[in-house]
Design a protein around this ligand. Structure first.
Ligand code: HEC
Length: 585
Protein backbone atom coordinates (compact mmCIF):
# COMPACT_ATOMS: atom_id res chain seq x y z
CA UNK A 1 0.00 0.00 0.00
CA UNK A 2 2.47 2.66 1.03
CA UNK A 3 5.09 3.66 -1.45
CA UNK A 4 7.68 4.74 1.08
CA UNK A 5 11.19 4.10 2.08
CA UNK A 6 12.42 3.63 -1.44
CA UNK A 7 16.01 4.45 -1.94
CA UNK A 8 19.08 2.39 -2.35
CA UNK A 9 20.57 0.48 0.49
CA UNK A 10 23.82 2.27 1.10
CA UNK A 11 26.32 -0.10 2.61
CA UNK A 12 28.48 2.62 4.05
CA UNK A 13 32.07 1.80 4.90
CA UNK A 14 32.47 1.53 8.64
CA UNK A 15 33.33 4.92 10.02
CA UNK A 16 34.60 3.79 13.37
CA UNK A 17 34.41 0.64 15.50
CA UNK A 18 32.23 -2.01 13.89
CA UNK A 19 29.46 -1.75 16.46
CA UNK A 20 29.37 2.00 17.10
CA UNK A 21 25.88 3.46 16.99
CA UNK A 22 26.72 5.53 13.96
CA UNK A 23 28.01 2.66 11.87
CA UNK A 24 25.03 0.49 12.80
CA UNK A 25 22.74 3.30 11.75
CA UNK A 26 24.53 3.70 8.43
CA UNK A 27 24.47 0.01 7.70
CA UNK A 28 21.05 -1.02 8.96
CA UNK A 29 18.79 2.02 9.20
CA UNK A 30 19.84 4.85 6.89
CA UNK A 31 18.25 3.34 3.80
CA UNK A 32 14.83 3.93 5.34
CA UNK A 33 15.20 6.56 8.09
CA UNK A 34 16.58 10.09 8.22
CA UNK A 35 18.79 10.45 11.27
CA UNK A 36 16.97 13.65 12.31
CA UNK A 37 13.63 11.89 12.71
CA UNK A 38 14.70 10.19 15.95
CA UNK A 39 16.28 13.16 17.68
CA UNK A 40 13.28 13.71 19.97
CA UNK A 41 12.54 10.03 20.62
CA UNK A 42 13.76 8.56 23.92
CA UNK A 43 16.55 6.02 23.37
CA UNK A 44 14.72 3.50 25.58
CA UNK A 45 11.80 3.70 23.21
CA UNK A 46 13.97 3.02 20.14
CA UNK A 47 15.52 0.04 21.93
CA UNK A 48 12.05 -1.34 22.60
CA UNK A 49 11.03 -0.94 18.96
CA UNK A 50 14.17 -2.85 17.94
CA UNK A 51 13.59 -5.59 20.51
CA UNK A 52 10.00 -6.54 20.10
CA UNK A 53 8.39 -3.93 17.95
CA UNK A 54 8.10 -3.35 14.26
CA UNK A 55 11.85 -3.21 13.60
CA UNK A 56 12.76 -6.55 15.23
CA UNK A 57 12.41 -8.43 11.96
CA UNK A 58 13.99 -5.79 9.71
CA UNK A 59 17.19 -5.22 11.58
CA UNK A 60 18.25 -8.27 13.61
CA UNK A 61 20.90 -6.84 15.94
CA UNK A 62 22.61 -8.01 19.12
CA UNK A 63 21.53 -6.48 22.43
CA UNK A 64 24.69 -4.30 22.48
CA UNK A 65 24.11 -3.07 18.95
CA UNK A 66 20.49 -2.20 19.70
CA UNK A 67 21.45 -0.13 22.72
CA UNK A 68 24.32 1.55 20.83
CA UNK A 69 22.23 2.61 17.84
CA UNK A 70 19.37 3.77 20.07
CA UNK A 71 21.75 5.90 22.16
CA UNK A 72 23.24 7.39 18.97
CA UNK A 73 19.86 8.25 17.45
CA UNK A 74 17.58 9.07 20.37
CA UNK A 75 17.37 11.49 23.26
CA UNK A 76 17.96 10.80 26.94
CA UNK A 77 14.95 8.86 28.18
CA UNK A 78 11.79 10.49 29.44
CA UNK A 79 10.74 9.69 32.99
CA UNK A 80 7.29 8.21 32.28
CA UNK A 81 3.99 9.66 33.46
CA UNK A 82 4.28 12.08 36.39
CA UNK A 83 2.22 11.49 39.52
CA UNK A 84 0.20 14.70 38.96
CA UNK A 85 -0.98 13.39 35.59
CA UNK A 86 -3.09 10.69 37.27
CA UNK A 87 -6.70 11.20 38.35
CA UNK A 88 -7.27 11.55 42.07
CA UNK A 89 -10.11 9.06 41.92
CA UNK A 90 -8.91 6.29 39.64
CA UNK A 91 -12.05 4.18 39.53
CA UNK A 92 -13.16 3.37 35.96
CA UNK A 93 -16.81 2.46 35.60
CA UNK A 94 -18.59 1.93 32.32
CA UNK A 95 -22.36 2.04 32.08
CA UNK A 96 -23.32 0.23 28.89
CA UNK A 97 -26.65 2.04 28.87
CA UNK A 98 -25.19 5.56 29.01
CA UNK A 99 -25.79 6.17 25.28
CA UNK A 100 -22.84 8.58 25.16
CA UNK A 101 -20.41 6.40 23.27
CA UNK A 102 -18.11 6.21 20.30
CA UNK A 103 -16.84 2.63 20.42
CA UNK A 104 -14.50 1.28 17.71
CA UNK A 105 -13.79 2.68 14.26
CA UNK A 106 -17.30 4.03 13.88
CA UNK A 107 -20.05 4.93 16.34
CA UNK A 108 -22.46 3.05 14.04
CA UNK A 109 -22.20 -0.66 13.15
CA UNK A 110 -22.34 0.19 9.41
CA UNK A 111 -18.95 1.96 9.65
CA UNK A 112 -20.52 5.24 8.51
CA UNK A 113 -18.55 7.26 11.09
CA UNK A 114 -21.78 9.05 11.97
CA UNK A 115 -22.74 10.12 15.46
CA UNK A 116 -26.45 10.67 16.21
CA UNK A 117 -27.72 14.02 17.49
CA UNK A 118 -28.44 12.52 20.92
CA UNK A 119 -24.98 10.97 21.37
CA UNK A 120 -23.08 13.87 19.76
CA UNK A 121 -24.95 16.46 21.83
CA UNK A 122 -23.37 19.15 19.66
CA UNK A 123 -25.16 21.49 17.25
CA UNK A 124 -23.84 23.36 14.22
CA UNK A 125 -23.99 26.59 16.27
CA UNK A 126 -21.93 25.02 19.05
CA UNK A 127 -19.39 23.68 16.55
CA UNK A 128 -18.64 27.28 15.52
CA UNK A 129 -17.57 27.93 19.11
CA UNK A 130 -15.48 24.82 19.79
CA UNK A 131 -12.47 25.62 21.95
CA UNK A 132 -9.54 23.57 23.18
CA UNK A 133 -10.41 22.07 26.54
CA UNK A 134 -7.29 19.98 27.16
CA UNK A 135 -4.32 18.46 25.37
CA UNK A 136 -2.67 15.16 26.24
CA UNK A 137 0.90 14.44 25.08
CA UNK A 138 2.28 11.05 23.98
CA UNK A 139 5.77 11.11 25.44
CA UNK A 140 8.50 10.82 22.82
CA UNK A 141 6.12 9.90 19.97
CA UNK A 142 6.24 11.31 16.44
CA UNK A 143 2.78 10.13 15.44
CA UNK A 144 -0.66 10.12 17.09
CA UNK A 145 -2.79 7.62 15.21
CA UNK A 146 -4.92 5.51 17.53
CA UNK A 147 -8.54 6.60 17.46
CA UNK A 148 -9.91 6.77 21.00
CA UNK A 149 -13.02 5.00 22.19
CA UNK A 150 -15.10 7.25 24.41
CA UNK A 151 -17.72 5.62 26.60
CA UNK A 152 -19.64 7.14 29.44
CA UNK A 153 -17.00 9.78 30.20
CA UNK A 154 -13.98 7.47 29.84
CA UNK A 155 -11.47 7.81 26.97
CA UNK A 156 -9.37 4.80 25.91
CA UNK A 157 -6.53 5.46 23.51
CA UNK A 158 -3.40 3.77 22.17
CA UNK A 159 -0.24 5.46 20.89
CA UNK A 160 2.67 4.93 18.55
CA UNK A 161 4.90 4.31 21.58
CA UNK A 162 2.67 1.32 22.36
CA UNK A 163 1.37 2.94 25.58
CA UNK A 164 -2.40 2.53 26.03
CA UNK A 165 -4.24 4.90 28.35
CA UNK A 166 -7.55 5.25 30.11
CA UNK A 167 -8.26 8.96 30.57
CA UNK A 168 -11.18 10.86 32.01
CA UNK A 169 -12.96 12.72 29.20
CA UNK A 170 -13.70 15.82 31.25
CA UNK A 171 -10.11 16.56 32.27
CA UNK A 172 -7.70 14.21 30.49
CA UNK A 173 -6.28 12.85 33.74
CA UNK A 174 -4.87 9.31 33.59
CA UNK A 175 -6.63 6.40 35.25
CA UNK A 176 -4.33 3.61 34.13
CA UNK A 177 -1.70 2.83 31.51
CA UNK A 178 -0.75 -0.40 29.74
CA UNK A 179 2.36 -0.99 27.65
CA UNK A 180 1.92 -2.96 24.40
CA UNK A 181 4.90 -4.45 22.55
CA UNK A 182 4.64 -2.31 19.42
CA UNK A 183 2.86 0.83 18.15
CA UNK A 184 -0.92 0.68 18.63
CA UNK A 185 -2.64 2.20 15.65
CA UNK A 186 -6.07 0.61 15.71
CA UNK A 187 -9.12 2.29 17.14
CA UNK A 188 -9.98 1.07 20.61
CA UNK A 189 -13.09 -1.04 21.08
CA UNK A 190 -14.73 -2.07 24.35
CA UNK A 191 -16.82 -5.25 24.70
CA UNK A 192 -18.87 -6.25 27.75
CA UNK A 193 -17.62 -9.43 29.42
CA UNK A 194 -19.84 -10.43 32.33
CA UNK A 195 -19.82 -7.54 34.82
CA UNK A 196 -16.51 -6.20 33.42
CA UNK A 197 -15.33 -5.01 30.01
CA UNK A 198 -12.55 -6.02 27.63
CA UNK A 199 -10.65 -3.28 25.79
CA UNK A 200 -9.55 -4.75 22.44
CA UNK A 201 -6.82 -3.49 20.13
CA UNK A 202 -4.01 -4.64 17.84
CA UNK A 203 -0.38 -3.58 17.40
CA UNK A 204 2.03 -3.06 14.52
CA UNK A 205 3.72 -6.41 14.98
CA UNK A 206 0.38 -8.26 14.71
CA UNK A 207 -0.10 -8.63 18.45
CA UNK A 208 -3.73 -8.51 19.58
CA UNK A 209 -4.75 -7.69 23.14
CA UNK A 210 -7.68 -7.85 25.52
CA UNK A 211 -7.08 -5.60 28.53
CA UNK A 212 -9.60 -5.19 31.33
CA UNK A 213 -11.09 -1.75 30.68
CA UNK A 214 -11.72 -1.14 34.39
CA UNK A 215 -8.14 -1.82 35.53
CA UNK A 216 -5.77 -1.91 32.53
CA UNK A 217 -4.73 -5.49 33.39
CA UNK A 218 -3.90 -7.85 30.53
CA UNK A 219 -6.58 -10.54 30.06
CA UNK A 220 -5.01 -12.23 27.02
CA UNK A 221 -2.68 -11.53 24.15
CA UNK A 222 -2.57 -13.38 20.80
CA UNK A 223 -0.72 -13.10 17.54
CA UNK A 224 -3.11 -12.30 14.68
CA UNK A 225 -0.63 -13.70 12.15
CA UNK A 226 2.82 -15.35 12.22
CA UNK A 227 4.39 -13.62 9.24
CA UNK A 228 7.31 -11.38 10.38
CA UNK A 229 5.91 -8.42 8.42
CA UNK A 230 2.31 -8.80 9.65
CA UNK A 231 0.61 -5.98 11.53
CA UNK A 232 -2.83 -4.93 12.64
CA UNK A 233 -3.54 -1.52 11.11
CA UNK A 234 -7.31 -1.61 10.51
CA UNK A 235 -9.54 -1.51 13.56
CA UNK A 236 -11.28 -4.56 14.95
CA UNK A 237 -15.07 -5.02 14.97
CA UNK A 238 -17.06 -6.93 17.62
CA UNK A 239 -20.29 -8.88 17.41
CA UNK A 240 -21.83 -11.40 19.84
CA UNK A 241 -18.68 -12.09 21.84
CA UNK A 242 -16.41 -12.43 18.80
CA UNK A 243 -13.82 -9.89 17.65
CA UNK A 244 -12.97 -9.67 13.93
CA UNK A 245 -9.40 -8.55 13.24
CA UNK A 246 -8.17 -7.31 9.84
CA UNK A 247 -4.55 -8.31 9.12
CA UNK A 248 -2.19 -6.31 6.91
CA UNK A 249 1.59 -6.16 6.54
CA UNK A 250 4.41 -3.97 5.45
CA UNK A 251 6.18 -6.64 3.46
CA UNK A 252 5.99 -4.17 0.55
CA UNK A 253 8.71 -2.24 2.43
CA UNK A 254 10.80 -5.35 3.23
CA UNK A 255 10.82 -5.95 -0.51
CA UNK A 256 12.95 -2.84 -1.11
CA UNK A 257 15.95 -4.95 0.01
CA UNK A 258 17.57 -6.40 -3.12
CA UNK A 259 17.95 -9.97 -1.84
CA UNK A 260 14.48 -10.22 -0.24
CA UNK A 261 12.43 -13.22 -1.39
CA UNK A 262 9.38 -11.21 -2.37
CA UNK A 263 6.73 -11.99 -1.22
CA UNK A 264 5.02 -14.42 1.13
CA UNK A 265 2.54 -12.49 3.28
CA UNK A 266 -1.17 -13.16 2.76
CA UNK A 267 -3.86 -10.83 4.11
CA UNK A 268 -6.55 -12.29 6.34
CA UNK A 269 -9.34 -11.73 8.80
CA UNK A 270 -9.14 -13.51 12.17
CA UNK A 271 -12.14 -14.08 14.43
CA UNK A 272 -11.32 -14.60 18.13
CA UNK A 273 -13.58 -15.14 21.15
CA UNK A 274 -13.55 -12.03 23.36
CA UNK A 275 -13.72 -14.31 26.41
CA UNK A 276 -10.31 -15.97 26.02
CA UNK A 277 -8.85 -15.13 22.62
CA UNK A 278 -9.44 -18.62 21.24
CA UNK A 279 -9.79 -18.69 17.48
CA UNK A 280 -13.18 -19.14 15.82
CA UNK A 281 -11.86 -18.86 12.26
CA UNK A 282 -9.20 -17.29 10.08
CA UNK A 283 -9.82 -16.61 6.39
CA UNK A 284 -7.03 -15.65 4.02
CA UNK A 285 -7.61 -13.22 1.19
CA UNK A 286 -5.12 -15.20 -0.92
CA UNK A 287 -6.15 -18.86 -0.85
CA UNK A 288 -3.02 -20.38 -2.42
CA UNK A 289 0.19 -20.86 -0.38
CA UNK A 290 3.03 -18.76 -1.84
CA UNK A 291 5.65 -20.75 -3.76
CA UNK A 292 8.81 -20.00 -5.69
CA UNK A 293 7.59 -18.65 -9.01
CA UNK A 294 10.85 -17.72 -10.73
CA UNK A 295 14.02 -15.72 -10.15
CA UNK A 296 15.01 -12.08 -10.43
CA UNK A 297 17.87 -11.15 -12.74
CA UNK A 298 20.28 -11.38 -9.79
CA UNK A 299 19.13 -14.91 -8.93
CA UNK A 300 16.92 -13.95 -5.94
CA UNK A 301 13.90 -16.28 -5.85
CA UNK A 302 10.49 -14.72 -6.48
CA UNK A 303 7.63 -15.89 -4.27
CA UNK A 304 3.89 -15.61 -4.80
CA UNK A 305 1.00 -15.14 -4.83
CA UNK A 306 0.99 -12.67 -1.93
CA UNK A 307 -0.45 -9.45 -0.50
CA UNK A 308 -4.13 -8.49 -0.38
CA UNK A 309 -3.80 -6.92 3.06
CA UNK A 310 -6.92 -5.83 4.89
CA UNK A 311 -6.01 -2.26 5.95
CA UNK A 312 -9.38 -1.14 7.29
CA UNK A 313 -12.09 -2.08 9.75
CA UNK A 314 -14.46 -4.92 8.80
CA UNK A 315 -18.15 -4.03 8.53
CA UNK A 316 -20.70 -6.21 10.32
CA UNK A 317 -24.01 -6.88 8.55
CA UNK A 318 -26.08 -8.60 11.22
CA UNK A 319 -29.15 -8.74 8.98
CA UNK A 320 -27.42 -10.91 6.36
CA UNK A 321 -25.01 -12.61 8.78
CA UNK A 322 -22.04 -11.24 6.80
CA UNK A 323 -18.79 -9.42 7.40
CA UNK A 324 -17.47 -7.15 4.64
CA UNK A 325 -13.81 -6.33 4.17
CA UNK A 326 -12.20 -4.10 1.58
CA UNK A 327 -8.80 -5.37 0.43
CA UNK A 328 -5.45 -4.17 -0.91
CA UNK A 329 -3.18 -5.02 -3.85
CA UNK A 330 -1.12 -8.13 -4.56
CA UNK A 331 2.60 -7.81 -3.68
CA UNK A 332 4.00 -10.22 -6.27
CA UNK A 333 2.93 -12.34 -9.21
CA UNK A 334 0.68 -14.15 -9.95
CA UNK A 335 -2.34 -11.85 -9.46
CA UNK A 336 -5.29 -13.23 -7.47
CA UNK A 337 -9.03 -12.70 -7.53
CA UNK A 338 -9.61 -10.98 -4.16
CA UNK A 339 -7.15 -8.05 -4.44
CA UNK A 340 -8.64 -4.51 -4.56
CA UNK A 341 -12.02 -6.04 -3.76
CA UNK A 342 -14.91 -5.93 -1.37
CA UNK A 343 -15.24 -9.44 0.10
CA UNK A 344 -18.28 -10.79 1.99
CA UNK A 345 -17.56 -13.49 4.59
CA UNK A 346 -19.98 -15.44 6.79
CA UNK A 347 -19.87 -14.03 10.32
CA UNK A 348 -20.00 -17.49 11.87
CA UNK A 349 -17.51 -19.38 9.70
CA UNK A 350 -15.47 -16.86 7.68
CA UNK A 351 -16.51 -18.64 4.50
CA UNK A 352 -16.32 -16.30 1.50
CA UNK A 353 -19.82 -15.83 0.11
CA UNK A 354 -19.12 -13.33 -2.64
CA UNK A 355 -16.52 -10.80 -3.72
CA UNK A 356 -16.36 -7.87 -6.08
CA UNK A 357 -12.99 -6.98 -7.55
CA UNK A 358 -12.75 -3.45 -8.94
CA UNK A 359 -9.08 -3.34 -10.09
CA UNK A 360 -7.73 -6.71 -11.24
CA UNK A 361 -3.99 -7.46 -11.57
CA UNK A 362 -2.87 -4.66 -9.25
CA UNK A 363 0.55 -6.05 -8.31
CA UNK A 364 2.68 -3.62 -6.38
CA UNK A 365 5.55 -3.72 -3.88
CA UNK A 366 8.96 -2.29 -3.19
CA UNK A 367 10.48 -5.09 -5.26
CA UNK A 368 10.85 -3.60 -8.71
CA UNK A 369 12.70 -6.64 -10.01
CA UNK A 370 9.90 -9.09 -9.09
CA UNK A 371 7.06 -7.68 -11.12
CA UNK A 372 6.82 -7.62 -14.88
CA UNK A 373 3.95 -5.13 -15.06
CA UNK A 374 3.57 -2.94 -11.98
CA UNK A 375 0.00 -2.18 -10.87
CA UNK A 376 -1.30 1.26 -9.84
CA UNK A 377 -1.28 0.49 -6.03
CA UNK A 378 -5.00 1.19 -5.72
CA UNK A 379 -5.80 -0.52 -2.42
CA UNK A 380 -8.91 -0.01 -0.46
CA UNK A 381 -7.52 1.76 2.61
CA UNK A 382 -10.93 2.55 4.02
CA UNK A 383 -13.79 0.44 5.32
CA UNK A 384 -16.91 -0.30 3.28
CA UNK A 385 -19.93 1.56 4.68
CA UNK A 386 -23.42 0.08 4.93
CA UNK A 387 -26.13 2.66 4.16
CA UNK A 388 -29.83 2.57 3.28
CA UNK A 389 -31.77 4.76 0.91
CA UNK A 390 -35.44 4.40 -0.06
CA UNK A 391 -35.57 0.97 1.56
CA UNK A 392 -32.53 -0.31 -0.30
CA UNK A 393 -29.19 -1.22 1.31
CA UNK A 394 -25.94 -0.20 -0.36
CA UNK A 395 -22.30 -0.89 0.46
CA UNK A 396 -20.19 2.15 -0.29
CA UNK A 397 -16.44 1.84 -0.72
CA UNK A 398 -13.87 4.53 -1.60
CA UNK A 399 -10.65 3.49 -3.30
CA UNK A 400 -7.18 5.02 -3.57
CA UNK A 401 -7.95 5.30 -7.29
CA UNK A 402 -10.24 8.24 -6.45
CA UNK A 403 -13.40 6.30 -7.34
CA UNK A 404 -16.27 5.74 -4.89
CA UNK A 405 -18.37 2.61 -5.53
CA UNK A 406 -21.88 1.72 -4.40
CA UNK A 407 -22.36 -2.07 -4.38
CA UNK A 408 -25.54 -4.11 -4.00
CA UNK A 409 -25.17 -6.49 -1.02
CA UNK A 410 -28.11 -8.56 -2.30
CA UNK A 411 -26.54 -9.11 -5.73
CA UNK A 412 -23.05 -10.28 -4.84
CA UNK A 413 -21.67 -6.76 -4.84
CA UNK A 414 -22.90 -5.76 -8.27
CA UNK A 415 -21.98 -2.11 -8.93
CA UNK A 416 -25.04 0.19 -8.58
CA UNK A 417 -23.13 3.41 -9.26
CA UNK A 418 -19.58 4.67 -9.29
CA UNK A 419 -18.26 8.20 -9.10
CA UNK A 420 -14.81 9.63 -9.56
CA UNK A 421 -14.04 12.35 -7.03
CA UNK A 422 -10.24 12.54 -7.30
CA UNK A 423 -7.46 11.68 -9.70
CA UNK A 424 -6.17 8.96 -7.38
CA UNK A 425 -2.62 8.13 -6.31
CA UNK A 426 -0.52 5.74 -4.32
CA UNK A 427 -1.38 7.87 -1.27
CA UNK A 428 -5.04 7.77 -1.94
CA UNK A 429 -7.79 9.43 -3.87
CA UNK A 430 -9.85 8.21 -0.91
CA UNK A 431 -7.38 6.98 1.70
CA UNK A 432 -8.53 6.16 5.25
CA UNK A 433 -12.25 6.73 5.22
CA UNK A 434 -15.46 8.47 4.40
CA UNK A 435 -18.52 9.31 6.51
CA UNK A 436 -22.23 9.28 5.79
CA UNK A 437 -25.26 10.88 7.44
CA UNK A 438 -27.72 8.72 5.48
CA UNK A 439 -28.24 11.33 2.80
CA UNK A 440 -24.76 11.94 1.37
CA UNK A 441 -21.40 10.24 1.46
CA UNK A 442 -18.60 12.63 2.48
CA UNK A 443 -15.27 11.72 0.93
CA UNK A 444 -12.07 13.53 1.93
CA UNK A 445 -9.74 13.83 -1.06
CA UNK A 446 -6.12 12.82 -0.61
CA UNK A 447 -4.40 12.87 -4.01
CA UNK A 448 -1.03 14.59 -3.82
CA UNK A 449 2.18 13.04 -5.11
CA UNK A 450 5.55 12.56 -3.45
CA UNK A 451 8.21 14.97 -4.65
CA UNK A 452 11.86 15.53 -3.85
CA UNK A 453 12.45 18.67 -1.82
CA UNK A 454 15.41 20.90 -2.75
CA UNK A 455 17.40 19.08 -0.04
CA UNK A 456 16.59 15.71 -1.61
CA UNK A 457 13.99 14.56 0.96
CA UNK A 458 10.82 12.84 -0.23
CA UNK A 459 7.86 15.02 0.65
CA UNK A 460 4.24 15.47 -0.34
CA UNK A 461 3.74 18.21 -2.91
CA UNK A 462 2.60 21.29 -0.90
CA UNK A 463 0.39 22.46 -3.78
CA UNK A 464 -1.39 19.23 -4.67
CA UNK A 465 -4.41 17.37 -3.29
CA UNK A 466 -7.08 18.01 -0.68
CA UNK A 467 -10.75 18.90 -0.63
CA UNK A 468 -13.97 17.24 0.48
CA UNK A 469 -16.68 15.84 -1.82
CA UNK A 470 -20.31 15.18 -0.90
CA UNK A 471 -22.00 12.53 -3.06
CA UNK A 472 -25.73 11.74 -2.99
CA UNK A 473 -26.20 8.18 -1.78
CA UNK A 474 -29.11 7.67 -4.15
CA UNK A 475 -27.12 7.97 -7.37
CA UNK A 476 -23.55 9.09 -6.62
CA UNK A 477 -24.08 12.55 -8.11
CA UNK A 478 -22.06 15.35 -6.53
CA UNK A 479 -24.04 17.43 -4.03
CA UNK A 480 -21.10 19.81 -3.41
CA UNK A 481 -17.36 19.83 -3.39
CA UNK A 482 -15.28 21.92 -0.98
CA UNK A 483 -12.00 23.21 -2.38
CA UNK A 484 -8.74 22.34 -0.65
CA UNK A 485 -7.35 24.91 1.76
CA UNK A 486 -4.08 26.49 0.68
CA UNK A 487 -2.14 27.27 3.83
CA UNK A 488 1.08 25.36 3.16
CA UNK A 489 3.33 28.07 1.79
CA UNK A 490 6.65 28.08 3.68
CA UNK A 491 5.72 25.23 6.04
CA UNK A 492 8.14 22.31 5.50
CA UNK A 493 6.37 18.96 5.09
CA UNK A 494 2.96 20.62 4.74
CA UNK A 495 0.38 19.28 2.30
CA UNK A 496 -3.32 20.07 1.73
CA UNK A 497 -4.08 16.34 1.24
CA UNK A 498 -6.95 14.97 3.28
CA UNK A 499 -6.02 11.35 3.98
CA UNK A 500 -7.66 11.18 7.41
CA UNK A 501 -11.17 9.73 7.67
CA UNK A 502 -14.10 12.14 7.95
CA UNK A 503 -16.65 12.15 10.76
CA UNK A 504 -20.31 13.21 10.49
CA UNK A 505 -22.85 14.51 12.99
CA UNK A 506 -26.21 16.05 12.04
CA UNK A 507 -25.44 19.16 9.98
CA UNK A 508 -21.64 19.00 10.28
CA UNK A 509 -18.74 17.08 8.71
CA UNK A 510 -15.29 17.08 10.37
CA UNK A 511 -12.19 16.45 8.27
CA UNK A 512 -8.48 16.81 9.04
CA UNK A 513 -5.63 17.46 6.60
CA UNK A 514 -1.87 16.94 6.41
CA UNK A 515 -1.65 20.74 6.83
CA UNK A 516 -2.40 20.21 10.53
CA UNK A 517 -5.85 21.77 10.45
CA UNK A 518 -9.06 20.10 11.56
CA UNK A 519 -12.05 21.71 9.89
CA UNK A 520 -15.82 21.49 10.26
CA UNK A 521 -17.91 21.85 7.08
CA UNK A 522 -21.66 22.30 6.88
CA UNK A 523 -23.38 19.16 5.59
CA UNK A 524 -25.65 21.46 3.58
CA UNK A 525 -23.11 23.13 1.30
CA UNK A 526 -19.58 22.39 2.50
CA UNK A 527 -18.86 25.82 3.94
CA UNK A 528 -16.11 25.79 6.59
CA UNK A 529 -17.62 26.85 9.93
CA UNK A 530 -14.72 25.96 12.24
CA UNK A 531 -11.01 25.63 11.57
CA UNK A 532 -8.42 24.79 14.22
CA UNK A 533 -4.71 24.83 13.40
CA UNK A 534 -2.93 22.15 15.46
CA UNK A 535 0.56 23.11 14.23
CA UNK A 536 1.89 24.43 17.51
CA UNK A 537 3.16 23.43 20.90
CA UNK A 538 0.56 22.57 23.52
CA UNK A 539 0.56 22.81 27.26
CA UNK A 540 -0.49 19.28 28.15
CA UNK A 541 -2.45 18.04 31.16
CA UNK A 542 0.13 15.27 31.69
CA UNK A 543 3.10 17.67 31.57
CA UNK A 544 4.60 16.06 28.44
CA UNK A 545 6.23 18.28 25.82
CA UNK A 546 3.91 18.00 22.85
CA UNK A 547 3.11 19.58 19.53
CA UNK A 548 0.59 19.02 16.76
CA UNK A 549 1.39 17.99 13.20
CA UNK A 550 -0.27 16.34 10.22
CA UNK A 551 -3.73 14.82 10.68
CA UNK A 552 -3.83 11.36 9.17
CA UNK A 553 -4.88 7.78 9.77
CA UNK A 554 -7.53 8.51 12.35
CA UNK A 555 -10.52 10.85 12.50
CA UNK A 556 -12.38 13.04 15.00
CA UNK A 557 -14.52 11.33 17.63
CA UNK A 558 -17.62 13.24 18.80
CA UNK A 559 -19.35 12.29 22.05
CA UNK A 560 -21.56 14.23 24.43
CA UNK A 561 -20.56 17.74 23.42
CA UNK A 562 -16.86 16.98 23.02
CA UNK A 563 -14.63 16.43 19.96
CA UNK A 564 -11.40 14.41 20.26
CA UNK A 565 -8.69 14.82 17.61
CA UNK A 566 -5.25 13.21 17.23
CA UNK A 567 -2.50 15.30 15.67
CA UNK A 568 0.93 14.31 14.31
CA UNK A 569 1.91 11.79 11.66
CA UNK A 570 5.38 10.76 10.57
CA UNK A 571 5.23 9.45 7.00
CA UNK A 572 6.70 10.69 3.71
CA UNK A 573 8.13 13.75 5.41
CA UNK A 574 4.78 14.91 6.85
CA UNK A 575 4.69 16.95 10.04
CA UNK A 576 5.29 14.94 13.19
CA UNK A 577 3.35 15.47 16.39
CA UNK A 578 2.25 13.69 19.54
CA UNK A 579 -0.94 15.11 20.91
CA UNK A 580 -4.57 14.17 21.60
CA UNK A 581 -6.76 17.28 21.69
CA UNK A 582 -10.19 17.58 23.33
CA UNK A 583 -12.55 20.37 22.27
CA UNK A 584 -15.84 21.60 23.70
CA UNK A 585 -17.99 24.71 23.04
C1 HEC B 1 13.46 -1.48 5.13
C2 HEC B 1 13.21 -0.21 5.74
C3 HEC B 1 13.59 -0.02 7.19
C4 HEC B 1 14.80 -0.25 7.81
C5 HEC B 1 16.04 -0.86 7.20
C6 HEC B 1 14.65 0.19 9.18
N1 HEC B 1 13.40 0.70 9.38
FE1 HEC B 1 12.68 1.47 11.11
N2 HEC B 1 10.83 1.67 10.26
C7 HEC B 1 10.54 1.41 8.93
C8 HEC B 1 9.14 1.64 8.71
C9 HEC B 1 8.38 1.47 7.40
C10 HEC B 1 8.61 2.05 9.97
C11 HEC B 1 7.20 2.44 10.28
C12 HEC B 1 6.42 1.24 10.62
C13 HEC B 1 5.00 1.64 10.82
O1 HEC B 1 4.42 2.27 9.94
O2 HEC B 1 4.51 1.32 11.87
C14 HEC B 1 9.70 2.06 10.90
C15 HEC B 1 9.58 2.40 12.25
C16 HEC B 1 10.65 2.56 13.12
C17 HEC B 1 10.53 3.08 14.45
C18 HEC B 1 9.25 3.47 15.15
C19 HEC B 1 8.92 4.89 14.82
C20 HEC B 1 7.72 5.37 15.59
O3 HEC B 1 7.21 6.46 15.25
O4 HEC B 1 7.26 4.71 16.52
C21 HEC B 1 11.80 3.12 14.97
C22 HEC B 1 12.21 3.61 16.34
C23 HEC B 1 12.69 2.60 13.95
N3 HEC B 1 11.95 2.28 12.85
C24 HEC B 1 14.06 2.48 14.09
C25 HEC B 1 14.88 1.85 13.17
C26 HEC B 1 16.28 1.62 13.39
C27 HEC B 1 17.05 2.08 14.63
C28 HEC B 1 16.71 0.93 12.30
C29 HEC B 1 18.09 0.38 12.09
C30 HEC B 1 18.65 -0.47 13.12
C31 HEC B 1 15.60 0.75 11.38
N4 HEC B 1 14.51 1.32 11.97
C32 HEC B 1 15.67 0.13 10.15
C33 HEC B 1 11.42 0.98 7.96
C34 HEC B 1 12.72 0.58 8.19
Amino acid sequence: MFRLWFGLLITAPFLSAANSGESIYNEHCSSCHEREAFRKMPASRITRVLESGVMAAVAPLSKEERVAVAAYLGSASGAGARAEAFCRDRKVSIADSSGFAWNGWSATPGNTRYQTAAAANLTLEQVRNLKLKWAFGFDGDLTAFSQPAVIDGEVFTGSSGGAVYALRAASGCIQWTFQADAPVRTAMIVAALGPRHALLFGDQSAGFYAVEAESGKLMWRKKADDHPAARVTGSPAVRDGVVFIPVSSWEENFATEANYHCCTFRGSVVALRVRDGSQVWKTFTVSETPEVSGKNADGTPRMGPSGVSVWSAPTVDAKRGLLYVATGNNYSEPPTSLSDSVVAMELGSGKIVWSKQVTPKDIFSGCNACIDVKGPDFDFGSAAMMVSINGRDLLIAGQKSGVVYALDPDRKGEIVWQARIAKGSSHGGVQFGMASDGRNVYAPIADGELKRSPTGQRMMDPNDGGGLAALRIADGSIAWQAAPARVCADIPGCSPSQLAPATAIPGVIFSGALDGHVRAYTAEDGKVVWDFNTLREFQTVNGVKANGGALNGTGPVVVNGMVFVNSGYDHFGTITGNVLLAFAP
